[in-house]
Design a protein around this ligand. Structure first.
Ligand SMILES: C[S@@+](CC[C@H](N)C(=O)[O-])C[C@H]1O[C@@H](n2cnc3c(N)ncnc32)[C@H](O)[C@@H]1O
Length: 291
């Protein structure tokens, strides 16, 4: 993404190295984001739009604005500009196979016996990940919505969480959903669009959550999907995140991560491989969550 014209433009527009470093420090302290020097042109091109939108003259002024009280919404715009919301139904489909084969037989038994089942899509973007989990659960446990089965789906970006909650998508995205699932859990919704039906929506609770701030719930979760978000964080933040997520997993619960991510730090010692980029919490490892 680093192109010569962007580089020239960022220099010509007076986005100095010092301003870039200040911005990178803020992105790191507030959101754990890691911005290498090589990302300067990309950051310039993405943030130029924010400067225009806020009618701010230059990056120093924008930095000043970001640190003023009452600018939380702008901070979220900043993180939106520096990360992507790219996602799709059944992305990394092996994870849904692992969920179905490794967890659902036991979770179905638990739920049918009156037990509690909790799954978490922890950087859910526009919701395709959470709905893919919901369809997998419903396929294995058709009566899930009448049992104590819930999927929590969270993201830092309020606008994307609103879209996720709406559960309405362009018809082009239907291809990612297996034919039988499409017929059961989606319906047409206006020209070139479809939406998830209530049965799938009802299983999911959507909310805003910064993974790098304290979490206002206890868990424990039977499965946590934390995919394609840790890549944005520096190593220390990643290690802290893996540790915190693992603490929220119940024993034998499974953590699913993105294809280019690796669990490192203390969490790695209490996880064993469950499938491709999915890890089971070892028996005997403590969960801090409680009902
Ligand atoms: C590339 S999408 C991944 C979506 C989905 N998990 C997947 O793998 O298809 C990354 C998402 O992480 C969210 N995100 C970035 N930083 C975050 C943070 N600190 N806390 C929670 N979500 C964050 C972004 O808003 C974005 O929706």
């Amino acid at each position: 993404m680093t192109t010569a014209p962007d580089k020239v433009a960022s220099e010509a527009a007076g986005f100095s190295d010092a301003e870039f470093r200040q911005l990178a420090a803020l992105a790191r302290s507030e959101f754990g984001l890691s911005l290498a020097e090589s990302k300067k042109p990309l950051v310039f091109s993405r943030l130029s739009k924010r400067l225009k939108a806020r009618n701010v003259d230059g990056f120093s002024a924008y930095l000043k604005l970001l640190t003023q009280p009452g600018e939380d919404a702008e901070k979220l715009e900043l993180i939106s500009a520096l990360t992507t919301n790219v996602t799709s139904f059944f992305r990394e489909s092996h994870h849904f196979h692992t969920l179905r084969e490794e967890l659902m037989p036991e979770l179905s038994k638990t739920a049918r016996a009156g037990g509690r089942v909790r799954l978490w899509s922890s950087a859910c973007s526009s919701g395709q990940e959470a709905y893919s989990i919901a369809m997998t659960v419903l396929d294995c446990l058709p009566e899930a919505s009448k049992l104590n089965v819930r999927i929590l789906a969270t993201d830092i970006d309020p606008a994307i969480v609103r879209r996720a909650r709406e559960g309405r998508y362009h018809a082009d995205e239907l291809a990612g959903i297996p034919e039988g699932f499409r017929r059961k859990w989606t319906r047409a919704s206006g020209p070139d669009h479809f939406e998830m039906i209530e049965e799938a929506k009802d299983l999911i609770t959507f909310g805003e959550l910064n993974l790098i701030s304290p979490w206002p719930f206890h868990g424990p979760f039977d499965a946590i999907f934390c995919r394609n978000v840790a890549i944005y964080f520096d190593q220390e933040t990643q290690q802290g995140l893996w540790k915190a997520l693992t603490e929220k997993l119940r024993q034998e619960g499974i953590l699913f991560i993105g294809h280019s991510e690796r669990v490192s730090g203390p969490a790695a010692g209490i996880l064993s491989t469950a499938g491709v980029t999915s890890y089971r919490k070892c028996q005997g490892a403590a969960a801090t969550g409680k009902n």
